[in-house]
Design a protein around this ligand. Structure first.
Ligand SMILES: Cc1cc2nc3c(=O)[nH]c(=O)nc-3n(C[C@H](O)[C@H](O)[C@H](O)COP(=O)(O)OP(=O)(O)OC[C@H]3O[C@@H](n4cnc5c(N)ncnc54)[C@H](O)[C@@H]3O)c2cc1C
Length: 289
């Protein structure tokens, strides 16, 4: 392990000021991604700014008008077990539950997951379907941007020097919207996803009024699938599900990587989309707003 200095600020503002004043410093939260990179010698920061001692950085709160606010320092396990998240956004709890294993989920934070920017992640896919925004803070101001604008590419985010992600904000869902996240790994169930699909729908008297479909882990960032519009005011029949799943597989632009070829991922997205839509059509999991 390389040598570095460690500073433990007590507030996000203090942490932003430290990062702004030390260009070669790096923020560390759970350390599950960063410390691996340091051990591998890929990054050698002289100073680590430990965010874990920050007070109130992990609060999870819900307001019927503003929606859900998750402090960036909330661990993946705190999100998956949060009574608030399970009541209002169970698909997010579902996605957090399938991240790695309980040891990682106890350490890893949602801020670290998003700022690390690894495209083979689970939470960003469901957050894209939930129309999530992120709150980014610097010593000078706070700005909010859509998650899809925050994630620029593989290991690339819109974070500027001296900025920290302070929270994830999710708008309230339309009443009656339910949803699922389905993941497939090519190794053990604890591994990063080869592909992940989040599907949320508002079904009223058997008719789908709104469908949201997001695909992740197959290319540099999660994407919303325009075929979601095909379900508007329709019954999710087997034929319609087959059409939307085929369209989702066609619409993505997957990349080859160690977890599978682009062709394999395209096929997988069709299968996962069909499974997620079948669960919705069968009325599993209620998302209460
Ligand atoms: C064995 C293993 C299996 C995994 N499996 C999965 C999986 O199945 N699904 C999945 O989604 N993920 C998986 N992961 C990834 C894991 O979710 C991430 O490593 C974790 O979420 C990163 O969070 P952290 O708090 O540990 O970040 P850290 O390692 O502390 O930091 C990661 C990066 O984010 C930056 N950072 C951290 N917090 C902030 C902040 N608030 N503002 C600005 N920058 C910040 C750091 O400077 C660093 O660049 C796995 C990881 C491991 C090690």
């Amino acid at each position: 392990m390389r040598k570095f200095d460690l500073i433990e600020p007590k507030s996000l503002a203090e942490a932003c000021a430290l990062l702004g004043n030390h260009p070669d410093a790096k923020a560390v939260a759970g350390g599950t991604a960063l410390l691996t990179i340091i051990k591998q010698g890929l990054l050698l920061p002289k100073l680590l700014v430990n965010l874990k001692k920050i007070i109130d950085g992990s609060a999870i709160t819900f307001d019927p008008v503003q929606g859900l606010r998750i402090g960036a320092l909330a661990t993946i396990n705190e999100i998956e077990t949060s009574e608030i998240v399970n009541r209002h956004y169970p698909a997010l709890a579902e996605a957090c539950h399938v991240v790695a294993n309980i040891r990682i989920r106890n350490m890893a934070t949602i801020g670290g997951n998003l700022c690390h920017g690894d495209y083979q992640s689970d939470p960003p896919t469901v957050l894209a379907a939930l129309d999530a925004c992120v709150e980014v803070m610097s010593a000078a101001n706070v700005r909010q941007l859509a998650l899809t604008d925050f994630q620029l590419g593989s290991y690339e985010t819109a974070l500027q020097p001296g900025e920290l992600l302070s929270a994830v904000v999710i708008p309230p869902l339309p009443a009656g919207m339910s949803g699922h996240y389905v993941k497939f790994t090519t190794g053990s169930s604890e591994e990063r996803p080869c592909a992940g699909v989040a599907a949320l729908a508002r079904i009223d008297g058997g008719v789908c009024r709104e469908l949201r479909l997001a695909v992740g882990a197959v290319s540099a960032k999660p994407s919303r699938i325009t075929a979601e519009a095909l379900a508007k005011d329709k019954i999710l029949t087997a034929d319609l599900i087959t059409t939307i799943a085929a369209e989702a597989a066609r619409a993505i632009d997957p990349i080859d990587d160690v977890r599978g070829s682009a062709d394999y991922k395209r096929h997988l997205v069709g299968v996962l989309t069909r499974r997620a839509l079948e669960q919705l059509a069968n009325g599993k999991t209620e998302m209460k707003s």
